[in-house]
Write a protein that binds this ligand. Sequence first.
Ligand SMILES: Cc1ncc(COP(=O)(O)O)c(C=O)c1O
Length: 343
Amino acid sequence: MRYFISDYSQGAHPDILKALVETNFEHTDGYGMDRHCENAASMIKQLIGKPDANIHFLVGGTPANVITIAATLRPYECVIAPHTSHIYMHETGAVEATGHKIYALDTEDGKLRPDMIQGVLDEFEDEHMTLPKYVYISNTTELGTIYKKAELEALSKFCKNNDLYLYMDGARLGSALTSPENDLSIQDIANLVDAFYIGGTKNGILFGEALIILNDEINDHFRFYMKQNLGLLAKGRLLGVQFGALLNGGEDSLLFKIAAHENDLAEKLRNGISDLGYDFLSDSCTNQVFPILPKSKIEKLHDEEFLFESWSAVENPDDFAVRFVTGWGTSDDDINALLAALK
Ligand SMILES: Cc1ncc(COP(=O)(O)O)c(C=O)c1O
């Protein structure tokens, strides 16, 4: 079997496991109050150049999204997000279950732009409607595209001018930042959004996301909200140890090495598929590849024991868009085998 289903289908990078084993016999405080969480939090503050940032470690992307959004909003406030976004499409209505409507906007490439958000603001009338307050984006997007610096600057400016919080879901932030097309630094992101997270689960650790809150309004009593909403892990040190190992070395850390590895292999796959004459559903420049393949070919690949997701129907009923994802453990051999099968 060759797995291209996701970037979290294997366990953890050996360096992460090593750090967990080395610290295993230590006794520490619980709930993220231990020295490992403190150490990982200072690494993040240094990396983003914000000594006063608030750092919280959570076990997964859904809790990070739901808790950050719901902790911030008043009961009558709502969220604006792309139609393809994870919070709208793939979190079982977890945000809506906290009582907050999501305005899902159609996009061509998974990215929000100020004029789209303006459309929602234009429709807003009064207290008979939910009040737009929160803008959710992800980088990479669900379609593997990334925000360019000018695009994020424009969004940030628009949100500030319109009293909206801007939040970036960074489940695949490493992949976004190491994309050859990226011109945005993690420091830029910290300057432009109110909160974002560095994804660990899809970047080589067992589980965990590092949430960075830059706006103190969002951070108000945040740990109370985390605890009440099942987001505070008793053995929080597991997150601190893993992020410590992932971020050690800052810009040269394992986070960026793993992400670059994922991107390199995805690029090789994308070029190989393109050379075979196939089109793509999206202009992804990161570790997700979305080719449009004949259904007969897809069946054949499954028979030959390649695992990947069928993503979406396309105009031609004989074709279908699929998704191949590369992870920390994907090898060159995996890519060669997939390209050979596609040929
Ligand atoms: C962009 C994005 N955000 C959040 C999540 C949710 O993460 P989890 O499954 O850990 O809750 C995912 C998972 O696929 C994702 O792709």
